[in-house]
Design a protein around this ligand. Structure first.
Ligand code: ZN
Length: 504
């Protein structure tokens, strides 16, 4: 079965066909870097990581772009709010780029901990001002924008005459207008409340501003993604992703900009949106103040959860749901995820044991009729099922359920010689290899350090003391030698047993 993906733009599942094979272009809206990433921010990158891994597995040459927003994304997604990067810089007496760099570095650490492969290109909005100005000029020349007081606004009503504003998010301009009528109040320089900034003029006190044909200013938030995706993936590319909360206005505006520019495309062929992460039913967001940062989650320093959860437990937690379903966060859900993750890891540990149980290769020479072993069909079906879920709109929940089904079978085979004899070694080897590939390479789940080194060391020292008291000197020597191999020496002092780093 070929891979199909749900396209928000057409509102249906579509068989995936690359626009320009063998290359597949992916773009995911990245973080706005003025504070630490929270768990809700991680869902899109984890989903897109699995998508990238799977497309590569299928033989595509993926170019994955995920941007860094370091300018232009104003408070409340509005056109007149404060820039949070500039605000943080002002408050802490830093250069805005210091703030952006600091949080970008932390974001990359978080993503690496979660097992997300780095994007191929990670462009920053502030590094692509020229491309953004170029895009504004095209939109102005095509008659879909206007300049006023050094700012440039996208003309939504004019655009809507020719295209359909609201096409992506399934909104109707008249209804959107009705919703904004109250706060028009005549103070805005925009012609229509639906119009959005492509370029905002900025006075000398503004920390981040650049020269432009319309005077000093900075780009509107939506502009960077249209400009940078075009630069690195072309005027139309395969898949654009992001959270559902970005669908409107951000992605709707991106699409309008690309359509109104010289690209004349809806930017991406497939628009893919992951659902939200909720906490007790409410969306996790910085603005609602109910967010849990990834660092706090990994360290167990959140007020709302009882303990720490490892990055791989968190990754499993995000993948155990289909990306289009909401996920609700709780201690119970995370503990269940930890159990599931460990079960998959135990499965990885079972594979070499299973391999060792297999008989050696049959003596060659006799090419006569060999009946198919009766257990082959079931194992082959369970193995094929692992991909059925991924092919069906990247349903990782289904894929994980299939992994558990296959694992149950492999466990039975490992403990029941008669069952093992009913499956041909080649089929079993294939099943085991596929299990490992899907868990580690496609879902990106890896084994984590199993134990706390500090605790293991004090336990070993306790055994050492016990052996010494019992005058079991062979054991004492054995423990000394084992620790020495780890670069640690045991010291018997008057105060008791201590350890030190070996200085040899
Ligand atoms: Zn974006």
């Amino acid at each position: 079965m070929p891979l199909s993906l749900y396209n928000t733009l057409t509102r249906k599942k579509e068989e995936f066909q690359p626009l320009r094979p063998p290359v597949v272009g992916l773009y995911l809206c990245g973080p706005t870097v003025y504070n630490d990433a929270h768990l809700g921010n991680a869902r899109g990158p984890v989903v897109f990581d699995v998508l990238t891994r799977y497309l590569r597995h299928l033989g595509h040459l993926v170019r994955y772009v995920r941007n860094i927003t370091d300018v232009g994304h104003l408070q409340g997604d509005a056109d007149d709010g404060e820039d949070p990067v500039a605000r943080a810089a002002r408050a802490q007496q830093l250069e805005p780029m210091q703030v952006a760099q600091y949080y970008t570095t932390r974001y990359r650490h978080n993503m690496a901990a979660l097992g997300c492969l780095p994007p191929d290109i990670e462009p920053q909005a502030s590094g692509h001002i020229t491309e953004q100005i170029q895009l504004v000029e095209e939109i102005l020349a095509n008659g879909f924008a206007y300049e006023i007081n050094g700012s440039v606004y996208f003309d939504v009503p004019r655009y809507n005459e020719q295209y359909r504003y609201g096409q992506l998010s399934n909104r109707v301009v008249e209804e959107l207008l009705a919703g904004t009528r109250d706060n028009l109040a005549g103070q805005s320089e925009k012609r229509s409340p639906l119009d959005f900034a492509l370029w905002k003029s900025a006075g000398p006190t503004h920390l981040m501003r650049w020269p432009s044909p319309w005077g000093p200013g900075f780009p509107g938030w939506h502009l960077e993604c249209s400009a940078m995706s075009r630069k690195y993936l072309g005027p139309e590319f395969d898949i654009h992703g992001g959270g559902l909360d970005l669908m409107f206005p951000h992605h709707e505006c991106e699409m309008a900009q690309s359509q109104a520019s010289d690209s004349h495309t809806p930017e991406a062929r497939i628009w893919l949106h992951n659902n939200m992460l909720t906490v007790n039913g409410a969306k996790m967001s910085k603005s609602l103040g109910n967010f849990i940062t990834l660092d706090d989650l990994f360290a167990g320093t959140t007020g709302s959860l009882s303990q720490a959860y490892s990055p791989m437990t968190v990754r499993f937690f995000l993948l155990q749901a289909h990306y289009r379903s909401p996920v609700d966060l709780s201690d119970d859900a995370l503990q269940a995820a930890r159990k599931g993750y460990r079960k998959l890891m135990n499965g990885l540990r079972l594979l070499p044991k299973l391999q060792a149980l297999l008989p050696g290769a049959a003596p060659g020479g006799d090419e006569g009729e060999i009946p198919t072993p009766p257990g082959d069909a079931e194992v082959q079906k369970l193995t094929a099922d692992l991909f059925a879920g991924l092919d069906d709109d990247l349903n990782t929940a289904r894929c994980i359920a299939s992994l558990f089904n296959l694992l149950r079978k492999l466990n039975t085979l490992a403990t029941t010689p008669a069952a093992l004899a009913s499956v041909s070694p080649a089929v079993l080897t294939e099943a085991a290899a596929t299990y490992a590939t899907v868990v580690t390479e496609l879902l990106g789940l890896r084994d984590e350090p199993r134990a706390n080194a500090e605790e293991l060391l004090s336990l070993t020292l306790a055994f050492y003391t016990e052996a010494k008291t019992a005058k079991a000197y062979d054991k004492v020597d054995q423990i000394r030698a084992a620790l020495k191999g780890q670069g640690i020496v045991i010291k018997d002092t008057k105060a008791g047993v201590e350890w030190a780093y070996s200085e040899e």
